[in-house]
Design a protein around this ligand. Structure first.
Ligand code: SF4
Ligand code: SF4
Length: 427
């Protein structure tokens, strides 16, 4: 599934351009301004935007289309979402039993609580609207002093709250969705982001390696749900802290804007063929959240790690994808269908095929994460050595090593449960 939730542009009048864009400016004026402002940092990040670029309209992502688009919406898509509530629809197949589904749905429960609480106002917090916090922005701002030291402080506090990775980048309106969706009818409404956002704090949340090894299964979905629940809590805590310092902060998961370009720009990793940000610390096994703020912070410089070069010669994820939703070709600009962004040259998935597979199996799939050679526990020196080799000119050796190792094989859900019953599971 497209984790950056893209779209083809809606050529109609946008209901809510971000507040720092003048709606009267034509798209070509905005493209020229973006080119002048971001060309240099895009090049550093490996982001290639062309003259057809338009920001994303979230109503075109698969999770929104599943509710309003008759070509996607069906009894099966309804059952897919319904199955993530309560005890779901267990079956006898290993990885889809009542215990597996109970664990997956429990792992989502904190995220679900928060995302559902403003439904009567048309908001699905964290997915189709920012996450709200009780704290208002304090009337007085603290003195920041040394910006570099303060940036370290904020990053370390994010980790104190539970983030695994933190990077800072500029607020970049290209990646902000054209509008927010009101879920009471899936209509476009303005974001109403506060004026003057300058920075984005991007946080990475690592998924449990052993659970990921059991994809595809409902059990593996616990790795995803657990991080959404973690993200929700971490975002709320850090947003509350920033607001209590007297600065604006808006907490976001999948809502409001794409996260992948922000994560790449914040230096957290590099974009891979499997549509994920591949990080040196966890490979592709990371989910991202973001906080829009006007805090004065030092931005991180994007890093070219050598992952693009590896992906250029590897198709392990595309080969393993059951519905063949991932591209085998070189990066291209242009949408595969309306759920892809236009005007960004990159590897692009067929999200309709991907989501169709999720609906068919009744749970999320991340086989393309599991099989990726960069998906490793990174607890021992061999994984670090692999990363070094794979991102060097000796990547051919790394590919051979990975192929022979059996590392990406699926772990049977039953064997995960057997290990869980042992007293030393967490050692
Ligand atoms: S492997 Fe699964 S998650 Fe990845 S693109 Fe294919 S269907 Fe989607
Ligand atoms: S499996 Fe190979 S091609 Fe796919 S993202 Fe991982 S390294 Fe890149």
């Amino acid at each position: 599934m497209s984790r950056d939730q893209e779209s083809q542009p809606d050529t109609g009048s946008p209901a809510g351009w971000p507040s720092n864009q003048a709606p009267e400016d034509s798209i070509s004026d905005r493209r020229a301004a973006w080119q002048a402002r971001y060309a240099e940092s895009d090049a550093l990040a490996g982001i290639e935007v062309d003259e057809n670029f338009e920001p994303f309209n979230q109503r075109d992502d698969m999770f929104a289309r599943a509710f309003w688009d008759e070509s996607i919406r069906s009894d099966a898509t309804f059952a897919f979402f319904k199955g993530h509530q309560g005890s779901g629809y267990p079956r006898r197949a290993a990885g889809f039993t009542q215990k597996d589904i109970a664990l997956r749905n429990a792992s989502w429960s904190i995220s679900d609580l928060v995302s559902a609480r403003s439904a009567s106002e048309g908001k699905r917090e964290g997915f189709q609207a920012p996450i709200e916090v009780a704290s208002r922005v304090a009337k007085t701002k603290i003195e920041i002093g040394d910006t570099q030291a303060f940036t370290h402080e904020i990053k370390n506090l994010a980790k104190l709250f539970g983030a695994d990775l933190v990077g800072i980048t500029d607020y970049d309106e290209r990646w902000i969705y054209k509008s927010r969706i009101d879920i009471r009818g899936f209509k476009d409404v303005p974001h109403n982001l506060p004026e003057g956002m300058t920075h984005v704090i991007v946080m990475g949340h690592s998924m449990d390696h052993d659970l990921v090894q059991t994809y595809p299964s409902a059990l593996a979905g616990a790795a995803t749900g657990r991080e959404y629940s973690h993200e929700t809590a971490i975002v709320i805590q850090l947003v509350s802290y920033i607001r209590n310092l007297g600065f604006e902060a808006v907490g976001s998961m999948n809502d409001t804007g794409l996260v992948i370009p922000f994560a790449v720009k914040a230096g957290l990793g590099e974009y891979g063929r499997n549509q994920m940000v591949i990080t040196p610390e966890y490979g592709p096994r990371v989910r991202f959240s973001k906080i829009f703020t006007n805090l004065p912070l030092k931005i991180d410089i994007p890093k070219r790690l050598g992952i693009t070069e590896y992906c250029n010669e590897c198709t392990v994820c595309a080969d393993a994808c059951p519905p063949k939703a991932l591209p085998f070709r070189a990066p291209e600009a242009g949408p595969v269908n309306r759920s892809n962004i236009r005007g960004v040259r990159k590897w692009t998935a067929n999200c309709e095929k991907c989501f169709g597979y999720w609906v068919k199996i009744g749970t999320d799939c991340a086989i393309c994460m599991r099989v990726c050679p960069f998906n490793r526990p990174y607890k021992g020196w061999t994984d670090r050595l692999f990363f070094k080799l794979a991102t060097s000119r000796f990547r051919g050796l790394a590919r051979l090593w990975d192929k022979k190792s059996g590392r990406g094989e699926r772990v049977k859900p039953g064997s995960w449960w057997s290990r869980l019953a042992a007293p030393d599971f967490w050692r």
